[in-house]
Every structure is written in C-alpha cells, then in structure tokens.
Design a protein around this ligand. Structure first.
Ligand SMILES: C[S@@+](CC[C@H](N)C(=O)[O-])C[C@H]1O[C@@H](n2cnc3c(N)ncnc32)[C@H](O)[C@@H]1O
Length: 182
C-alpha cells in the first residue's frame, strides 16, 4: 500500500466516533425542528433519542424498545447528559398502541435490519406519524437493507425515499394507512 494511503487510514476516527457522526447526520437529515415530537423505535440505550431531543427544544423525543434493561441504561445516560426532553418506554413496535398522529418524526436506527418482523412493526407505526411527517430509517445501503426498506414501506402511501449518505431518509405521508378508528 502506498505510504500516503496508510497514513490516511491511520488518521481515520475510531469506529465508534464514525458511527456517532453518521447517526447525528442522519437525525439532522431528518430535519428535527424545535417543536417536533420524535419517536425513536428500537432505541436501545437511547443515543439516537438524545440526538433527536436536542434540536426538539420545545418538543421532545420518546425512545421505545422491547428490552427493558436497555432503557434503564438509557435513562441513566440521559440524566448524566442533562437531556431534559427525552424519555423512554418499553414497547413492542409490532403491537404497541401508539398515539394516532402522535409524532412528527419517527426515527429508527438499526430497526429495519434487526427487528424480527420489521414490516409488522412499521405497519403498526404508520398510525403514529402525522400526515407529511418524516420517517428516518438508518440502515446500510446494502441489498438486504434495500429489500427490508421496501418491505417496511410496502403499503405506505406517498412515500419519497431519499438517499442520505449511508442512510435512507424517507419522507412519508402516512395518512391513508392510518386506521379510521382507534
Ligand atoms: C440494532 S439495535 C439498535 C439500537 C439503537 N437504535 C442504536 O442505534 O444504538 C435494535 C434494537 O431494537 C430493539 N427491538 C427489537 N425488536 C423490537 C420491537 N419489536 N419493538 C421495539 N424494539 C425492538 C432491540 O431490543 C434493540 O435494542
């Protein structure tokens, strides 16, 4: 390898920093505004939830995850980082009764590839997104990622998929998917 290339590689940030930067860019790409209500699905320990909560200074971000111990860690990290408008709830995205039109932005980092049944989860989530809301799916632009994104969006009306760096940014109008009756 030419010396220059080795030098460049050695100067790359550690993987964790790189991932963190991508995550921040994804959430910023989703355009979280100050009054937005954000739902982070499959939030894990809440790193994305906290990133989304900061620009939503007059709104809030709620992280949901199926695994409660992760949320306890998320709470602790949120308190340590003094993020006052982020909180967490145990929920299975496939079946949880999310508030109808309760969110302006739904973000999920890793959910599309790691949920057991992402199509069921995102079908259920459709009711929770405001018409014209944004769905931000952070997943690799691999073939399996593409297949999963397609499956997740199956049946969502009026979706526009934008590529955003190595993530998929989806602008969604979920109005026709939302059940008429709660
Ligand atoms: C790949 S991790 C991503 C965690 C986090 N978003 C991040 O970027 O660090 C996927 C998360 O989804 C959660 N999960 C899996 N199935 C779920 C479901 N049906 N409903 C809610 N969360 C789920 C897992 O417990 C796990 O924390």
């Amino acid at each position: 390898m030419p010396p220059g290339r080795r030098h460049d590689r050695d100067r790359r940030p550690p993987a964790a920093a790189h991932l963190g930067r991508r995550r921040r860019r994804a959430v910023r790409g989703g355009g979280v505004k100050s009054a937005d209500r954000v739902l982070d699905v499959g939030c894990g320990t809440g790193a994305t939830t906290r990133i989304a909560a900061r620009p939503a200074s007059r709104g809030y971000a709620v992280g949901v995850d199926i695994w409660e111990p992760l949320l306890r860690t998320a709470q602790k990290l949120t308190a340590a980082e003094k993020v006052a408008n982020a909180w967490y709830q145990v929920a299975d995205a496939r079946v949880h009764l999310f508030p109808r039109c309760g969110y302006d932005v739904i973000v999920s980092r890793g959910g599309v590839l790691s949920f057991a049944d992402p199509a069921a989860a995102f079908r259920n989530l459709a009711r929770a997104l405001m018409p014209g809301g944004r769905l931000v799916l952070v997943c690799p632009r691999s073939r399996s990622g593409s297949d999963r994104v397609r499956a997740v969006l199956d049946g969502w009306e009026n979706v526009e998929v934008e590529k955003y760096d190595r993530v998929r940014l989806v602008t969604a109008d979920r109005s026709r998917r939302a059940p008429e009756v709660d």
